[in-house]
Design a protein around this ligand. Structure first.
Ligand code: MRU
Length: 341
């Protein structure tokens, strides 16, 4: 993503890789719509986009009287906060932006708008740095010729750049290892088939695409050395919310003695949420399940469930890889200690 100050350009992830098109957002409402409609998705990328949404709104509202400006900004932040409920990076980024609004309240509206843009640029550049740190720490877990199974897309598209789970794959490759990847297609939105496969094909990292229901077979046949996924929210006890289907892979990995790693920045760890059961799981529209891209295959009248995420208990997670290193056997005390370093 790129922000010039008066607009945010986002690659439209709904139509990748069939079409490469950009969508421009000029205010908080258009950024919120882009997040809700999945133009931009992936926990860290949502956070970065929301930060720019606040900055763009401040720029366009800077001419208003102060009281009106403050009210307007509070509403814009609310609009962004309502776009998607599960990824905590969204709320983490908005709270960073609120602090800048409050901390600069003695300045002019134009100066506040400038400070917000500088902060949004920092959210983006820090995320890229963080992903490189996650990649370096995680690459140590990857044997030289490992086959890594991943789910959904936790790559450059889902972050500011480099990626979390795919960041580890990239860093391992950069260190001279020869990782190969099995990407699950990730129904219903096909982030694996469309986005992860696209990122890896572009970089000539060998990738094999499978449908979600092939994962157990691949593990049973000894084709998978480790699983690495991203996260949308890690609760204080180490439970992980991530794309629907992650829990299935974690159970399968445990059954087959395969390490199951979660790659996530500290901005994804939510100490305010005690366990996975306290995380709100987004329920998305039925038409994502009854068909795809305008083609319907399920009968009219069928009832549909479409939870976008699931919870993997901490006990199924071999380690969480953050920018502070590899945290094995995550539990509340180890997770809290991460923030005290
Ligand atoms: O619904 P999505 O595509 O936003 O879900 C994304 C995921 O579940 C990712 O694994 C997660 O956000 C981590 S991205 C680094």
């Amino acid at each position: 993503m790129k922000c010039t100050g008066d607009r945010l350009d986002l690659i439209d992830q709904r139509i990748l890789p069939m079409q490469i098109k950009y969508i421009s957002c000029a205010n908080a409402a258009s950024v919120a719509a882009a997040i809700r409609d999945m133009v931009v998705r992936g926990a860290p990328a949502i956070g970065c986009a929301a930060a720019f949404g606040v900055a763009l709104e401040a720029r366009s509202a800077a001419g208003r009287p102060r009281q009106e400006f403050d009210q307007h900004m509070a509403e814009a932040i609310q609009t962004l906060a309502r776009s998607r409920p599960t990824a905590v990076n969204l709320f983490w980024a908005l709270s960073r932006m609120k602090k800048i609004l409050i901390g600069n309240s003695g300045q002019s509206n134009a100066e506040i708008a400038h400070a917000l843009l500088v902060e949004a640029q920092s959210v983006l550049s820090e995320d890229i740095e963080t992903n490189h740190a996650i990649g370096d720490a995680g690459a140590a877990l990857v044997p030289p010729d490992a086959c890594i199974m991943t789910h959904c897309n936790a790559g450059a598209l889902a972050t500011g750049g480099h990626g979390t789970a795919l960041g580890i794959v990239r860093s391992a490759r950069d260190q001279g290892k020869r990782p190969t990847v099995i990407a699950t297609e990730t129904r219903p939105f096909l982030q694996g088939a469309r986005l992860t496969a696209w990122e890896l094909v572009q970089e000539a990292i060998p990738v094999t695409l499978i449908t979600d229901n092939m994962a157990g077979h691949m593990m049973r046949r000894g084709k998978v050395n480790l699983v690495i996924v991203g996260a949308d929210r890690v609760a204080a006890n180490g439970d992980v919310a991530n794309k629907i289907g992650t829990y299935t892979l974690a159970v399968l990995a445990a059954r087959h003695g395969i390490p199951f790693y979660v790659a996530a920045p500290l901005s994804t760890v939510d100490l305010g949420t005690a366990t996975g059961e306290d995380i709100q799981i987004e329920e998305r529209a039925a038409d994502e399940v009854t068909g795809y891209a305008g083609t319907r295959w399920a009968p009219v009248g069928v009832s549909v469930a479409n939870p976008a995420f699931d919870i993997t208990s901490a006990e199924l997670v071999t380690a969480i890889v953050t920018e502070r290193g590899v945290l094995r056997g995550p539990d509340e005390s180890k997770i809290r200690a991460l923030f005290e370093r």
